[in-house]
Write a protein that binds this ligand. Structure first.
Ligand code: ZN
Length: 278
């Protein structure tokens, strides 16, 4: 497994840690496929009952890698999520659609279907693509210092690829989060039901492991069925179909940016995004 992700066993818990703390765990493709390998390993290990997704360092995830020296958007990886051609060697919307249907929407959906409970352990930044990673987990436990935002409207894009916002935030607050791009803190995330628990930073890991162990006492097949039951009902509440329709709007925005500015992200790099938000 690549260095981008650490895999540890803590008794019945598999701790999967995003490991690019220098870049606030920005998600490049190497990390994406390393996460997929780690989740698969945890699913295949019968002794693992619960999976915890964590971020090394001060932050959970700053989102998709849009500008680190290890950005690898031009590299071909063996595809796992979607049966579609590879993006490399393609142009324009053909390229972007192929890439994002695989590494963003497809992978997130694949991970949401993991048949074991997954808990996100969130501290510091959980921004844009970071939200996608937390949202596909079944439970979210946040440290008091955690903060959340989806600021991609600054690039003219109506939210990240896994458009769960109205279901995770409620439609009213989803609009505010999208329209302002502003951060919201762990307490607000708890009040609107986006996170399960908020704990002091020093108690984050013990609190998550204690919760994981409680859940691990349940029958594994029962847990898998309960997880599937909630997921199915969420989809009956329109989440899957909504996301499919919004994925088209997301790609209209990328294409518009490319047509008008010559860059699908409207020329905004991480520094520009940070400046725009301060
Ligand atoms: Zn995109």
């Amino acid at each position: 497994m690549a260095d981008e992700v650490r895999y540890e066993r803590r008794g019945v818990v598999a701790l999967v840690t995003m490991n690019r703390p220098r870049y606030r765990n920005a998600q490049n493709s190497a990390m994406t496929y390393a996460l997929d390998a780690a989740f698969t390993r945890a699913v295949d290990d019968d002794e693992v009952r619960v999976i915890v997704l964590a971020g090394a360092g001060e932050h959970f995830s700053a989102g998709h890698d849009i500008g680190t020296p290890e950005r690898d958007a031009d590299i071909e990886f063996p595809r796992r999520a979607a049966i579609w051609w590879d993006h490399t060697g393609k142009e324009g919307a053909d390229r972007r659609y192929a890439r994002e249907v695989e590494v963003y929407l497809g992978m997130c959906r694949r991970w949401r279907e993991i048949p074991k409970p997954v808990i996100a352990m969130v501290q510091g930044a959980c921004i844009a693509g970071g939200l996608m990673l937390a949202w596909v987990c079944d439970l979210i436990v946040a440290a008091e210092d955690a903060f959340f935002a989806d600021p991609v409207l600054r690039m003219g894009i109506p939210g990240v690829e896994y458009f769960a916002h109205p279901w995770m935030l409620g439609p009213r607050f989803a609009r505010e989060v999208l329209f302002t791009g502003d951060r919201f803190d762990a307490r607000r995330a708890y009040e609107i039901g986006m996170v399960n628990r908020v704990v002091p930073r020093a108690e984050l890991e013990p609190a998550v492991l204690a919760l994981a162990e409680r859940i691990a006492a349940m029958p594994p097949f029962g847990l898998a069925l309960a997880k599937r039951a909630v997921n199915q009902c969420e989809d009956l509440m329109g989440m899957r179909a909504g996301m499919d329709s919004v994925f088209g709007l997301h790609h209209v925005a990328h294409a518009h940016n490319a047509e008008v500015t010559g860059n699908p992200l409207a020329g905004l790099d991480p520094a520009a995004m940070k400046k725009a938000s301060s």
